[in-house]
Design a protein around this ligand. Sequence first.
Ligand SMILES: Nc1ncnc2c1ncn2[C@@H]1O[C@H](COP(=O)(O)OP(=O)(O)OP(=O)(O)O)[C@@H](O)[C@H]1O
Length: 250
Amino acid sequence: MATDVHRPVTTTVSSAVHVDGLTRAFDGRAVIDDLHLDVRPGEFVALLGRSGCGKSTLLRILAGLDREIEGTVLVPRRRAVAFQAPRLMPWKRVWRNVLLGLPGKPHRDVAEQALAEVGLKHRSDAWPKTLSGGEAQRASLARALVREPDLLLLDEPFGALDALTRIKAQRLVDELWQRRGCAVLLVTHDVEEAVLLADRVLVMDGGVIAYETEIDLERPRGISDPRFGELRAELLERLGVEATAGASAA
Ligand SMILES: Nc1ncnc2c1ncn2[C@@H]1O[C@H](COP(=O)(O)OP(=O)(O)OP(=O)(O)O)[C@@H](O)[C@H]1O
C-alpha cells in the first residue's frame, strides 16, 4: 500500500509509513539525521519532542510537502494532512473548502457526508469566518477525510483549542480512527493526549526517533488509571520534564 514520496509507485510494503535513513538539513544543519520509522497499517502513532526538534519537518516530508531529502520514504498514495491552523479559504463556503484540491468534480454530497462524520453538516453553507475554532478544525478534518486516507497526518490539530473543545476533538479523532481504520501520525506537545489516543508514542530528539513506547492500555482510556500515570511519567522524563501532578505539556 505504500508509495515512494519521489516516485509514486505502488509497492507491496506492508506498512503505512516506511522511512529509512532519512536526512533533512536546513542551511547545512541536519534537523532530521538518519531517521528510521515504520508505522503499521491502521496504527495510531503519536510523536512527541521538544520544540524545534523536527516533528513538523518529518510530518511535512510524509505529506509530500517537502522533497529536499535524502533517504527512503514510502507512504500511501492516499494520505491527508490537517494542521493546527485549519487553513480554510475564506472566500469559499465550508463544503467547497472540504472538496478543495480533490481531483475531478466531486459532488457536494461527498463533502456533506464528511461534514456529517465530524458533526458539521449543518454548517455546510457557512463562510469560514463564521465558524468557531473547534468547528473550523472539524471542517479541516472533514477535508482530510474526503480523501479517504490510508494515512492521516495531524500536526497539533488541537493545539489552539480551549480545553473542553480539545477533549471533544480528541474524542472525535479517536472515533474517526476506529471507524476508518487508517493509520494516524499525530504530532502533539501534550503527553496526556498522546497516551490517551495512541497505540505507540515516539519521542523525537537529535534528529531521530530517540525513544518509543507501546501504550498497553485498554480503550476507552482514562487518566485515572494508575498505568496511565506511569506512562505519562515515563514520557515526561524522556522529554526532560519533571513529572508533577497535573503536568502534561512537553
Ligand atoms: N523552511 C525552513 N528553513 C529553515 N529552517 C527550518 C525550516 N523549517 C524548519 N526549520 C528548522 O528546523 C527545525 C525543526 O523545525 P520543526 O518545525 O520541524 O520543529 P518542531 O519539532 O515541529 O517544533 P514545534 O514543536 O515548535 O512546532 C527548527 O530549528 C526550524 O527552525
